[in-house]
Write a protein that binds this ligand. Structure first.
Ligand SMILES: Nc1ncnc2c1ncn2[C@@H]1O[C@H](COP(=O)(O)OP(=O)(O)OP(=O)(O)O)[C@@H](O)[C@H]1O
Length: 223
């Protein structure tokens, strides 16, 4: 609805226990994210940051509580269509056995976008993050870890999702590249209202980017 003030994403009392039901991985998680927000999840290793991102694009389902996206429970969306609106860029960059060019265009081919739209997005996002021509025919063994990380981020951006989930996107990038990425992310949230939820350990980058910081500790949000 135009002018709606409904949050884009709303978690209410979300909890998740491990598959054997012995441990509570996440407990009483409640927060909301508005359109165009840039949120950062911080917290020690093992505090549940990746698990939380996985709940939001339904790689996992909560044991308790509810997650609403665009005011609808996540379960109301078809999983494929949900994962076009909410894209998760995981921590380990994988090119899925493809060349850089193939892996970048693959999700858009699945969405049956026209070739001209795909080419336009490829040129645009490559230029935003300065991806050189000579990477396009390389496979993952011919790229450094940081280069692969950049490619998987570009792949996520090319899908132009409503909500982009980034799991430690700058962990393998050098400082200049990380700062370039942060500037690109800031610009797109302002220009296109794409919303970003990012896990990051680098506090300097978190401060530059975010409109909201969520602190997780042992599966609970700290206020
Ligand atoms: N499927 C699972 N079964 C049991 N325990 C799990 C499962 N998935 C994650 N965990 C546990 O849940 C906790 C949170 O893991 P998670 O990967 O979300 O942490 P994190 O905050 O992202 O850590 P890091 O900063 O090291 O990436 C960890 O203790 C982990 O061992």
């Amino acid at each position: 609805m135009e002018g709606s003030t409904e949050p884009l994403l709303q978690l209410s009392d979300v909890g998740l226990s491990d598959p054997l039901g012995r441990h509570q991985l996440l407990e009483n998680i409640s927060f909301m994210v508005n359109k165009g927000d840039r949120c950062c999840i911080v917290g020690p290793s093992g505090s549940g940051k990746t698990t939380l991102l996985r709940l939001i694009n339904r790689l996992l389902d909560p044991t308790t509580g509810s997650i609403l996206f665009q005011s609808q429970p996540l379960s109301k969306f078809q999983v494929i269509s949900l994962r076009q609106k909410i894209v998760l860029v995981p921590q380990e960059p994988k090119l899925l056995g493809m060349t850089v060019q193939e892996t970048l265009v693959y999700p858009l081919t699945l969405q049956k976008l026209s070739q001209s739209e795909i080419n336009q997005r490829l040129d645009y996002w490559r230029s935003q993050l300065s991806i050189p021509d000579d990477w396009l025919e390389r496979n993952e063994l011919q790229l450094s870890l940081g280069q692969r990380q950049l490619i998987t981020i570009v792949r996520g951006l090319m899908m132009q999702p409503t909500l982009l989930l980034l799991d430690e996107p700058t962990s393998a990038l050098d400082r200049d590249k990380a700062l370039q990425l942060i500037e690109v992310l800031k610009t797109i949230t302002t220009d296109t209202q794409m919303t970003i939820l990012m896990v990051n350990h680098q506090l300097e980058l978190v401060e530059k980017l975010t409109t909201q910081v969520l602190k997780l500790n042992r599966g609970k949000l700290q206020t």
